[in-house]
Design a protein around this ligand. Structure first.
Ligand SMILES: Nc1ncnc2c1ncn2[C@@H]1O[C@H](COP(=O)(O)OP(=O)(O)OP(=O)(O)O)[C@@H](O)[C@H]1O
Length: 254
């Protein structure tokens, strides 16, 4: 087993504590090690991208970090402590395909707030503000499931952000969207980042990576092949796997 100990940079403060850390994180299923002994730290205020070939383990890593699945080895720490309900409530996740409740657009947002104990006038105000931010205000009463794919993804993002997470996980949030919808989603993510939300996003899109990324974790076949500031990795990838992926070649281990 390889020991992958890769710490993400802390550009503003070298001793800033990690927001989230993975220590010896592993996940096995179906007799296969899908995540193999990852040690890494996500620092506050950064936009960290997770990249790598299909099947490398990107979505599994995201789910482990968010506590949706339980590691079979190692652990995930939130500000130095085990992931618990409060930590989960300080995070939010948006999936590739949005999952909408069979309710109105507005009710989808209100439900997310209710789950976090926000009710009454505060709930109504925050839900309306989030809708306006996502430019969905005029669709508030429509059933969420009749919205277009791009509108549903904007709603999914608004629903994630309305709870004011400190860390937002995004799993290929624009992979099925056209350029205008992609831009709208990126604008929402960047606006959240400007308000202090840290971002961890899976993407295959190098253009999007250049627009959105500060740091990158590069995965290959369940291992953490490379990590660091995105610009450095793009300019001078250190591993053959990263180099091959960036050049659009299939990687074959020697
Ligand atoms: N619960 C599970 N049980 C068994 N295998 C799984 C499980 N979850 C994921 N896998 C397998 O783990 C591997 C990594 O899956 P994952 O979805 O993380 O890949 P990915 O890097 O996100 O790929 P893509 O870019 O295609 O979305 C795949 O081979 C997948 O089939």
């Amino acid at each position: 087993m390889r020991d992958m100990t890769l710490d993400m940079p802390t550009p503003d403060c070298a001793i800033a504590p990690a927001l989230l850390a993975c220590e010896g994180l592993s996940f096995e299923a179906g007799g296969k090690r899908l995540i193999d002994n990852f040690t890494l730290a996500i620092h506050p205020g950064r936009r960290t991208l997770i990249m790598g070939p299909n099947g490398a383990g990107k979505s599994v890593l995201l789910r482990l970090m968010h506590g949706l699945i339980t590691p079979t080895g190692g652990h995930v720490l939130w500000q130095g402590r085990p992931l618990d309900r409060a930590a989960r409530h300080a995070q939010a996740m948006v999936f590739q395909r949005p999952v909408m409740l069979r309710r109105s657009v507005l009710a989808n947002l209100k439900f997310a707030l209710t789950v976090r104990g926000i009710t009454g006038a505060a709930r109504a105000r925050q839900a309306t503000e989030a809708l306006d931010l996502a430019r969905l205000g005029d669709m508030a009463r429509r059933p969420a499931r009749v919205l277009s794919g791009g509108e549903q993804q904007r709603l999914a993002l608004a629903r994630a952000l309305v709870c004011q997470p400190r860390l937002l996980f995004l799993d290929e949030p624009t992979s099925s969207l056209d350029p205008a919808s992609t831009r709208a989603i990126e604008d929402l993510i960047n606006a959240a980042h400007a308000r202090g939300v840290s971002i961890v996003m899976v993407t295959h899109d190098l253009g999007q990576a250049r627009r959105m990324g500060d740091d990158v974790l590069f995965l290959q076949n369940g291992t953490l092949a490379e990590a660091g500031p995105l610009q450095d990795v793009l300019a001078a990838p250190k591993t053959a796997a990263t180099r091959a992926w960036l050049e659009g070649r299939l990687y074959t281990a020697l």
